[in-house]
Unconditional design. Structure first.
Length: 305
């Protein structure tokens, strides 16, 4: 084993087989932040890969060697869907801030069912996003490319039914309040300390934001989420109020704005970006005017809602 280059930040590592011809050409163009390690037949490839995968700072591991469907030939050793899980220790470091990526720069490693079995095995045992090529890797005039077109990622160890039934997201733990809870608690007694979440219908959230004026300390302490349920049409000003607090509108919600032509035209021409966002996020715009004269009708047509 030879360490060709060792930068200060070891988040990215390239392991290669020195038996690959013209390797020096590639190394001349390697990014300066990549640690480069050559693994020859005297080196223990499995031991070195295990050592590298245990690094908590590792974000990307590139392996460059000759390959075949469902395998990579590295340092005189053949790694495939049987040898990888039996020799590469698992689980590996769980302290990474970003997901691990493993790329196999080897010919046909990801080809067919055998190839997909191998990269899925690597993904599961290494808890990594894995990429490989189904064809030849290298110069295009020789039929190769540098496109890793076969991919796999870690799969959650739960059934589809279990994941569908889990009606939560694994966000940071914060107190969860309805608008009524917030009014009864925070506004009267100071409420929970630190950051908290207010989850309610769009109409209730908009009323609260309008009530507190938006500039209230609520903007620094609270996150806003939409609860399930039917949604009544909002005034354009209420929709803008939700935008001011970065409320996310799930695709399951069909957000409707219902307002007068005058208010809608003012929003359309407003320099306030919140109104631009409000109109953009509205799935339907409803006019509340009972009737329009010719001039108003022309204004409506020109506005192009």
């Amino acid at each position: 084993m030879t360490i060709i280059k060792k930068p200060k930040h070891l988040s990215q590592v390239l392991i290669y087989d020195p038996q690959v011809d013209q390797m020096s050409v590639l190394l001349e163009g390697i990014d300066q932040d990549v640690e480069v390690i050559a693994l020859d037949e005297q080196a223990n490839s499995v031991e070195k890969i295990n050592e590298i995968l245990m690094r908590p700072e590792l974000q990307r591991l590139d392996i460059l060697a000759h390959g075949e469907p469902g395998a990579v030939l590295l340092g005189g050793q053949r790694l495939d869907s049987l040898s990888w899980p039996s020799q590469i220790s698992a689980p590996h470091s769980s302290n990474r801030e970003t997901p691990l990526q493993i790329n196999f720069w080897s010919c046909r490693t990801g080809e067919g069912e055998t190839g997909m079995k191998f990269i899925n095995t690597v993904a599961q045992t290494s808890n990594a996003f894995v990429n490989a090529a189904s064809g030849f890797v290298g110069h295009r005039e020789l039929g190769g490319s540098w496109d890793l077109d076969a991919s796999a990622k870690p799969v959650a160890p739960f059934s589809v039914q279990a994941m569908e039934g889990f009606r939560q997201v694994l966000d940071e733990t914060t107190p969860l309040l309805s608008v009524a809870d917030f009014r009864a608690g925070y506004l009267q007694t100071g409420g929970p300390e630190g950051v908290f979440t207010i989850k309610d219908t769009p109409n209730n959230l908009a009323d609260l934001i309008q009530e507190t004026g938006g500039g209230f300390s609520i903007s620094q302490l609270a996150k806003f989420e939409l609860s399930s349920g039917t949604t009544a049409p909002l005034l354009i000003s209420d929709m803008a109020a939700l935008e001011s607090m970065n409320v996310h509108f799930p695709t399951a919600y069909k957000m409707e704005v219902a307002d007068s032509l005058e208010n809608l035209l003012q929003a359309k021409s407003s320099v306030d970006f919140l109104y631009v966002l409000a109109l953009g996020d509205a799935d339907k715009v409803i006019l509340t005017n009972d009737s329009l004269d010719v001039a108003e009708l022309n204004q409506l047509i020109t506005a192009n809602f």
